[in-house]
Ligand binder design. Structure first.
Ligand code: FAD
Ligand code: NAP
Ligand code: SF4
Length: 668
């Protein structure tokens, strides 16, 4: 099974045991006091899980290269020695690890930032200082020194971060390099900085050390590189001594979502495939590869030599081992939501994973083990994300667990979420829990709406209430009018939806409902996604961009909120902007500062910024938040039963699956 994925990759001086690379992710643990112990445990667990090679989060070669003040850097032997904790932990489990060297250039979030030219990034608060020729040469030496320290630290190699719009990428692209000296101008000038870094690094570390160079193969910004320039750079990097080339897709300032869940699986592998045969060193592909099937297909069909997956290893450190031993049905799949990983990093919060709250907290939340302590009989009511998480966790600890849900299938609201175009990955979480229920021996009872009396009668002493939420009832006049539809009926298609629709509420569910109601057919296919976002598979323009092609949307939608200001303000930092762009391109009217007065045959009566209006719509879909469902609480407590509430049942405000699943594994 997965024979290509598990075939070793011979690099001459060393061999990688399989074709899986855990891509670089910033965890913030590098910078935390005592964080290297936690980082070592984090990498050790993934090494134990069977991955062939890992890449650390970015480490700066000097202070100017810091992404943020006091980011990780490696500029001395003492800093290198501290990393031995990490490298030893990885080597104990027969895996390999490379340290990524990242110079942020104009993306740095500190005022001492430098770049080839003094051009401010649209996503940065600071204008960079233009680098002098002397500073450029010193920076090249810093990269080489940093690589040597990485070797001293016990790393098996390094990755030079040459993509995503960071410093090296800034030298390569005419967008950011306006120099006229030897470090800019024509292509040879713009490629000098990356090539000199590669040469200097190789000279310093010798030939038996992995050096991956991450090339920006598709910039997705105006005035980025042409395809011919990408090929020329790759050849120059190979000639300068790189061991492998990794794929970088899109600058951080690009307005194209490249890793969100709405991006179809493997949507960018074609870019790496285009480079296959142009160079003779192995190529690594990346972006939205999250299952062993997809990874195997890529390697088997020769689209790349190795597959980089980053977030899938947060979701499940044991991904490779499960795939190798015929247990891929138990892989906890990354759903591409970014909610606990990237959104946390951008908010300067400790990252973790929505589907695996243990990620990055390996020393704090160790895996559940069967306990020899009292073996209890516990009821979990509700098989939504919270109940599923709690039931499987308690069963893994050795308790006898009974899980009840009134629905015919597990999943709670995930069964609605999975029907949103671009959220098909939610099916994977349900597949995972379905199999985990069997694996852990949870007694599952579907189509069973339990009452407090049922639980008391069955003599449960402990009950976990995970009964979730119900949609909020509004008191607007005409709320019982036939035009009014709940988001559940609208998304599940239980009621017919006409050509003109108003959505009350612009939270996550309001946006999702708008996406569903305006989605053109077949939107998840790679070609349709690429054309909707203006990615040119023929690479005719610099940066690989073209004019987006918008299919006709099936209906006119208005999305409304009472609050003044930005719509969808609470959506994720890394995904909200893409939802807003998608809806705008489908002609959705987004209106803030709205008061709702009445719904009748003529439509929805509102005032918008104080102006009365009637929206002549066929349906009004209510997405106005939810209330907790906890009708069992009082009678259970009155009967002296110990009750723990989790997920929506505990608190409906600010509820999401991240909180629900986390509260599930934290049950006592
Ligand atoms: P629920 O999912 O509501 O599950 C409660 C379960 O309890 C239900 O299955 C119900 O049948 C059962 N139940 C209730 N009473 C009883 C009883 N007496 N007996 C037996 N069973 C009972 N969250 C995110 O984090 N990211 C997203 O991208 C996201 N997208 C969403 C998109 C949509 C369209 C929707 C609707 C929700 C989305 N959510 C998202 C929210 C997420 O699904 C919820 O936060 C999560 O499902 C809450 O989990 P829960 O287990 O607390 O409750
Ligand atoms: P929500 O995010 O709380 O949004 C509710 C919306 O309803 C708000 O826009 C609010 O805006 C409006 N509203 C609240 N009370 C109202 C009232 N009495 N009358 C009219 N409008 C009212 O809730 P949700 O959209 O139902 O989502 C539920 C949870 O699921 C959220 O916490 C969210 O995090 C999660 N979710 C996440 C995603 C995601 O992609 N990450 C997707 C879907 C859901 P005003 O008060 O301004 O009118
Ligand atoms: Fe994947 Fe979401 Fe977990 Fe991030 S938080 S690793 S995107 S499942």
């Amino acid at each position: 099974m997965y024979e290509h994925l598990f075939s070793p990759l011979d690099l001459g001086f060393t061999t990688i045991k399989n074709r899986m690379l855990m891509g670089s992710m910033h965890t913030g643990l590098e910078e935390e006091k005592g964080g290297l112990h936690r980082l070592a445990a984090y990498f050790a667990e993934r090494a134990k899980g069977g991955v062939g090679l890992m890449v650390t989060g970015g480490v700066a070669p000097n202070r100017q290269g810091w992404l943020m003040p006091f980011s990780a850097k490696m500029t001395s032997s003492s800093e290198a020695r501290r990393h031995q904790l990490v490298t030893n932990a990885v080597h104990e489990h027969d895996s390999k690890i490379c340290m990524q060297i990242l110079h942020a250039g104009r993306y740095a979030a500190h005022p001492f930032l430098v770049a080839p030219s003094a051009i401010q990034a649209p996503i940065s608060p600071f204008k960079p200082w233009k680098m002098s020729g002397r500073l450029i040469r010193a920076t090249i030496s810093d990269f080489a020194a940093c690589a040597a320290y990485a070797r001293e630290a016990g790393y098996d190699g390094i990755e030079i971060m040459g993509s995503e719009g960071y410093l090296i990428n800034q030298f390569v692209a005419p967008r950011t390099n306006h120099r006229t000296d030897e470090w800019g101008g024509d292509l040879a000038g713009r490629l000098r900085f990356p090539t000199e870094i590669m040469k200097a690094v190789r000279a310093k570390v010798g030939h038996d050390f992995i050096v991956i160079f991450r090339v920006s193969m598709l910039d997705l910004v105006e005035n980025g590189s042409t395809w011919e320039e990408v090929v020329t750079l790759a050849k120059a990097i190979e000639a300068a001594g790189a061991t492998m080339i990794n794929t970088g897709i899109g600058w951080h300032e690009a307005r194209v979502p490249t890793i969100a869940t709405l991006v179809p699986r493997g949507a960018y592998t074609w870019v790496t495939q285009r480079l296959m045969g142009e160079v003779n060193i192995p190529l690594i592909t990346s972006n939205r590869i999250n299952t062993p099937e997809k990874a195997e297909e890529i390697i088997a069909s020769g689209m790349a030599n190795m597959v980089s997956m980053a977030r899938p290893f947060l979701a499940d450190p044991y991904f490779p081992e499960k795939a190798r031993t015929g247990k891929s049905h138990l892989i906890n799949t990354c759903i591409g939501c970014n909610q606990a990983c990237l959104d946390h990093v951008f908010a300067r919060k400790e990252p973790s994973c929505l589907v695996n709250p243990r990620a990055c907290r390996e020393t704090i939340l160790p895996l559940a083990e069967k306990s020899t302590a009292a073996h209890k009989k516990i009821a979990v009511v509700g098989a939504g994300p919270a109940g599923l998480s709690a039931a499987t966790e308690l069963a893994a600890r050795g308790h006898e667990v009974y899980l009840y849900d009134s629905a015919a299938e597990i999943g709670g609201q995930f069964n609605i979420a999975k029907r949103i175009p671009g959220k098909e990955e939610f099916y994977e979480t349900l597949r995972y829990y379905k199999n985990l229920i069997t694996e852990t021996g949870v007694h599952l009872h579907l189509n069973t709406r339990v009452s407090a009396q049922d639980l008391i009668g069955a003599q449960f002493k402990e009950v976990i209430l995970a009964t979730g939420v119900v949609p909020r009832n509004l008191t607007v006049e005409g709320i019982d009018h036939p035009k009014v539809v709940s988001y559940i009926d609208a998304i599940l298609g239980h009621k017919p939806i006409g050509k003109k629709v108003a959505i009350i509420g612009a939270g996550g569910i309001g946006f999702d409902t708008a996406i569903k109601l305006t989605a053109p057919e077949a939107h998840t296919e790679v070609a349709a996604y690429l054309s909707e976002w203006g990615v040119d598979i023929n690479y005719q323009n610099r940066g690989g961009l073209m004019k987006p092609v918008h299919e006709n949307t099936p209906r006119q939608v208005w999305i409304l909120q009472r609050t003044k200001g930005k719509m969808g303000n609470k959506l994720g930092k890394t995904t909200g902007w893409a939802h807003r762009i998608a809806l705008k391109s489908r002609g959705v009217k987004m209106l803030d500062d709205v008061a709702y007065h009445k719904i009748d045959d003529s439509g929805l009566h509102v005032t918008i910024h104080g102006e009365p209006q009637i929206l002549d719509v066929d349906q009004v879909v209510i997405c106005a938040g939810q209330e907790p469902l906890r009708e069992l609480l009082e009678p259970l407590l009155a009967a002296g039963i110990s009750v723990q509430m989790i997920g929506g049942a505990k608190e409906a405000g600010e509820l999401d699956a991240k909180r629900a699943i986390e509260e599930g594994i934290l049950v006592q």
